[in-house]
Ligand binder design. Sequence first.
Ligand code: AMP
Ligand code: MN
Ligand code: MN
Length: 338
Amino acid sequence: MTTAFASPHWQEATQAVADAARILLVTHTKPDGDAIGSLLAMAAILADSGKTVVAAVDGGVPEYLAYVPGSAAVQRTLETGDFDLMISLDASDEARTGECGRYGMAHSARILNIDHHPTNTGFGHIHLIVPDAVSTTQVLYDWFALAGWAISRDAATALLTGLVTDTLGFRTNNVVPHTLMTSAALMAAGAPLHDIMTRTLNSTSFLAIQMWKHALNTVQYRKKVIAADITQDVLKTLGLSQATDTGGLIGFLISANEAQVAVVFKEQGNTSVELSMRAKPGRDVAEVAFALGGGGHKLAAGATVAGTLEEVKAKVMPMLYAVARGKSPFADPEPEDA
Ligand code: AMP
Ligand code: MN
Ligand code: MN
């Protein structure tokens, strides 16, 4: 399932930046805190060293992340320009970088792929892929230190945002002393930890709470798998074009002591379903996500799967029942009635 990762190309990456005048930064669509944090930390560092920088992500920066310095300059679309270097941040495959990434691939001389997903496909010419890193911003922090680039308060705020959000406030099982030492250094450089925590982890909207109300009504628990749906009907009732704040919902579901695996099915029209999956330590939902054309980490992964809600559930649930019991999802998928 995973790409064999050579050691990260630290020196080649530093050289590629030195050789480039015009640099494009892209990240994954529906960006989270690590996506925006790594995009804007990179933008701040490159601007400080006099590069011409364009940062773009389809649809722009979500409102709750607008506090990250530099967010106002992020483009929502990308239709012009040619670049010496494109840097892809926190995206495990090309398709995840959306339309902005597609344009960038076609209009950039070289591509630097910076990420921490074990499912990274290894696209691009130069790789800084560190699957043990808690966030893409951790990879950036280590690179900036090696390269000797000073971290401003703005860059520190962006970097700490990625560390905080991808570790759910330092609660994930990959947090190590280096995570906390990095965070302490970023706070010392001026990053406001409490403000970041409050804006990203302790904030929601009434609309999201109404969506939770409907989703919790659909919760089912079976064979150590806890599952919920967000249907098109519910989204229509709430006047939403897509589900919001599902990270919080799936995080809540996996907190059930009985469950080994949690899944939220988000219906996208009648043609596809977006999956959010979580696992308890010792289980692995990334391999299921990867097999379905998505990706992620062992304990947090996702994919978009073609089909109706019923078809996608019939395909995915047997795999998750097997994973929840510690078995291979491919060798031993468990039917609903086994
Ligand atoms: P989510 O459930 O959306 O919070 O995503 C959990 C993890 O899975 C994150 O690391 C995402 O980057 C990854 N992920 C989610 N959806 C996809 C997808 N369609 N393709 C690749 N990775 C995904
Ligand atoms: Mn991300
Ligand atoms: Mn990440």
